[in-house]
Write a protein that binds this ligand. Structure first.
Ligand code: NAD
Length: 407
């Protein structure tokens, strides 16, 4: 299909209204007048390709996955892995409640026993005060849930953790607001001053998990399964490989986060700090089951929102969330974990068999052709010639383009 036909199909599958469909068809639907209210010093907006990853079956439900990314192959890799996963029932996924951690730093503490007792005696009041900052969370039985005391005697420092159920929001603003508010009570009641009051991006109480099985015959047979397991073991023992392995996971996840205008830096920070708990290692786990098939799973912090932040202020992001079809943050977290798993499996499978460049270079060669100045039909022609020759570079593309235009 060409892009217009694809959009028409997606619009019909996802019941987009005529207004939503025409917004999606617009090439620059974010007016500067709106953009200048979102960040500072705006001069223009930036376009990024948005594609749809297909074949995803997660917890028995079909999804079309919008992905916004500048790198070729990611949409194809995710769609390919999801297609193989369908043969065994797709992805099964789950997510915890949306518990975020707010940190309050207290300095100059000498008597830790006395300080802990004082804080714990204030705990109920701190919870009630924190919950005055969000009527929505409080009324829904969410909001501040716990207060934990962490002591650092060498630094005369206490770090309080305010645990907040933020429901369907990413939660940074609401957690930061609560921390700043309750720190005033803590200062007044303990006589100690507070310093930092901000959420932790290591959201290890807010975890998404997904699992999928890939049949050995779909993967390329027992020999490829063994090579995949060897590749996986490298990502467990070697941080140099683990960094690239986890980058691949985030290729998939970040693209969905960008498409839905979620804070991808927060998810990146959470993922990599979580991967570093016992020395930096893979976020996915690979095993061979009794039938010789590959079972792949992922556990990853997933502080994402379907409300709040910029998720609704960018016009296309609202329609994109409708295409994705998730109704709350937990379901969204399940989708993201599955996408990360899919991207990781596709990359590791390709690396452990034919190598990553074969699939990657086809589309990448088109980018190279465009960088060299090729336009319209020239792009496909230069790409085809470079692949045939096995020499994909901007300088070669320029030479080919010159020859093509002379003809
Ligand atoms: P927000 O303040 O816009 O929205 C949060 C609100 O959504 C909550 O107060 C809650 O009342 C409401 N809510 C939650 N579930 C709901 C539901 N089901 N129905 C109706 N309302 C519901 O945004 P936020 O999520 O608190 O903060 C996210 C923003 O903070 C992002 O833009 C992020 O970039 C930014 N930020 C991040 C960091 C960081 O990661 N370190 C720091 C500061 C700010």
């Amino acid at each position: 299909m060409d892009p217009a036909m694809r959009l028409e199909t997606v619009a019909s599958l996802c019941n987009l209204s005529p207004e939503e469909a025409s917004l999606m068809a617009k090439e620059s639907p974010l007016p500067i007048s709106q953009a200048k209210s979102i960040i500072e010093n705006v001069i223009t907006t930036l376009e990024i390709p948005l594609g749809i990853a297909t074949n995803f079956l997660i917890n028995g439900k079909d999804y079309l996955i919008p992905m916004a990314v500048e790198e070729s192959s990611i949409v194809a890799a995710c769609s390919y892995a999801a297609k193989l996963a369908r043969n065994t029932g797709g992805f099964s996924a789950k997510a915890t409640d949306s518990l975020m951690i707010g940190q309050i730093q207290i300095i100059g503490v000498d008597d830790f026993d006395q300080f802990r007792k004082k804080i714990l005696s204030l705990k109920d009041r701190i919870m009630v005060e924190a919950n005055t900052r969000s009527e929505t969370l409080r009324k829904s039985g969410a909001g501040a849930k716990d207060l934990q005391v962490r002591e650092f005697p060498n630094e005369s420092m206490v770090i309080l953790h305010l645990i907040v159920d933020v429901m369907d929001a990413m939660g940074a603003n609401v957690v930061n607001t609560m921390c700043e508010h309750v720190s005033r009570i803590i200062e007044a009641e303990t006589g100690h001053s507070t310093n930092l009051r901000i959420l932790s991006n290591l959201s290890d109480l807010r975890i998404a998990e997904a699992q999928a099985t890939f049949r050995k015959e779909d993967v390329g047979g027992e020999a490829v399964v063994n090579r995949i397991m060897q590749a996986y073991s490298m990502s467990v023992i070697d941080p140099y490989r683990a960094a690239t392995h986890n980058k691949g996971i985030m290729n998939g996840i970040d693209a969905v986060l960008v498409a839905t205008m979620n804070d991808w830096r927060a998810i990146e920070a959470g993922a990599h700090s979580f991967a570093s708990r016992d020395g930096y290692r893979s976020l996915t786990h690979y095993a061979v089951n009794g039938e010789g098939n590959l079972t792949v799973s992922i556990r990853i912090p997933m502080a994402v929102g379907t409300v709040g932040g910029a998720t609704s202020s960018i016009p296309k992001a609202r329609v994109i969330r409708k295409i994705l079809g998730v109704s709350n943050a937990k379901e969204f977290a399940c989708v993201l974990a599955s996408v990360g798993l899919a991207q990781n499996f596709a990359a590791v499978r390709a690396l452990a068999s034919e190598g990553i460049q074969k699939g990657h270079m086809t589309l990448h060669s088109k980018n190279i052709a465009m960088s060299a100045g090729a336009r319209d039909e020239e792009i496909d022609e230069i790409s085809r010639l470079m692949i045939k020759e096995g020499n994909i570079s901007v300088s070669r593309a320029r030479t080919m383009l010159g020859e093509l235009r002379k003809k």
